[in-house]
Design a binder for this molecule. Structure first.
Ligand code: ATP
Length: 299
């Protein structure tokens, strides 16, 4: 069974087609990322899949059930990260998560355990409105996960987190996924999508342009590798003479050799004892994003 099965999903706001005939299948246990520039339609797509927004056309099935009209059988089986503004007001962090837990018949000890897992035990007595942006975000993620849902939706879960908290959340999400839970997230960080996701959907103008593994997306780009050699090791003329090198340039950090045969070029450098400070850079998901959408990622 698919965790998510979407066909022809469409949402219009007046003349604007925010989601434009999207088909999407996510298998149970997959970790899927949705990336795309601001306004691409990611949130609108996710909200329809979550059963929070009515589609204008198309079908959404989640865990084998129709998602719209809002389906109460699905509520306990999915977890949705709410915006921090949707917290119950004036509760402490501990009261907040215990309240969420009780809605699903989950006990206090489990709720408190989730505060610990997102590193908020020392903020348990703080009111939610007194939490920092990153702390509130971690609390909202804990609230989405407290009932151990089969399928979790997270909308830019690491946007306000410092690097350490971001890594911790990556570990947490990976561990949930390792236990068979399906995870779907939107992100503006290509390194995050590359590190976490089995498959990544690149979205723009309401459409999914590509949906594949990060490695396949990068392969599909067919971009040459860039090999950087430390300053003073190699002249531009020597670099250009190496078989397989199609382009050369020099800057303060050395000489860059562009090639579609990185193994051959590195071999040639090794043979002439010029491997000093060599770094091979292949294309990344960032390059895929740029090539597909024509835009650099700006969070
Ligand atoms: N309630 C609404 N009414 C009118 N237009 C809307 C509404 N919600 C979203 N839109 C428009 O639909 C388009 C898609 O918005 P959406 O929030 O889904 O994009 P997104 O990919 O999540 O963007 P971001 O990366 O900025 O979060 C945008 O052009 C947005 O302005």
């Amino acid at each position: 069974m698919s965790a998510i099965h979407v066909t022809g999903l469409t949402k219009r706001y007046g003349d604007l087609v925010a989601v434009d005939g999207v088909d999407l299948d996510v298998a149970e246990g997959e970790f899927v990322g949705v990336v795309g520039p601001n306004g691409a339609g990611k949130t609108t797509l996710l909200e329809m899949v979550e059963g929070l927004r009515q589609p204008d056309a198309g079908v959404v099935e989640v865990l084998g059930e129709p998602a719209w009209p809002r389906n109460p059988r699905l509520q306990p089986r999915i977890g949705v990260q709410l915006q921090a503004s949707s917290f119950f007001e004036r509760l402490t962090a501990r009261e907040q998560i215990r309240t969420f837990a009780s809605l699903y018949g989950v006990g206090r000890a489990t709720a408190d355990g989730w505060l610990e897992r997102v590193g908020l035990t020392d903020k348990a007595e703080s009111r939610v409105e007194d939490l920092s942006g990153g702390q509130a975000q971690r609390l909202s993620i804990a609230c989405a996960l407290v009932h151990d849902p089969e399928l979790v939706f997270l909308d830019e879960p690491t946007a306000a987190l410092d690097p350490q908290a971001r890594r911790n959340l990556w570990d947490l999400l990976s561990s949930i996924n390792d236990r068979g839970r399906t995870v779907v997230l939107t992100t503006h960080y290509m390194d995050e999508a590359e590190a976490l996701c089995d498959r990544v959907a690149v979205m723009d103008n309401g459409r999914i342009l590509r949906f594949d593994t990060p490695a396949a997306l990068v392969r599909g780009l067919d971009a040459p590798a860039r090999i950087r050699v430390a300053p003073g090791v190699l002249s531009l003329a020597q670099a250009a003479a190496i078989p397989g090198v199609t382009e050369t340039r020099e800057d303060g950090d050395g000489v860059v050799l562009v090639t579609r045969d990185p193994a051959g070029v590195v071999g040639a450098l090794a043979a002439s004892d010029q491997l000093d400070g060599v770094a091979v850079q292949t294309a990344t998901l960032e390059d895929v994003f740029l090539s597909l959408t024509g835009r650099e990622y700006r969070a």
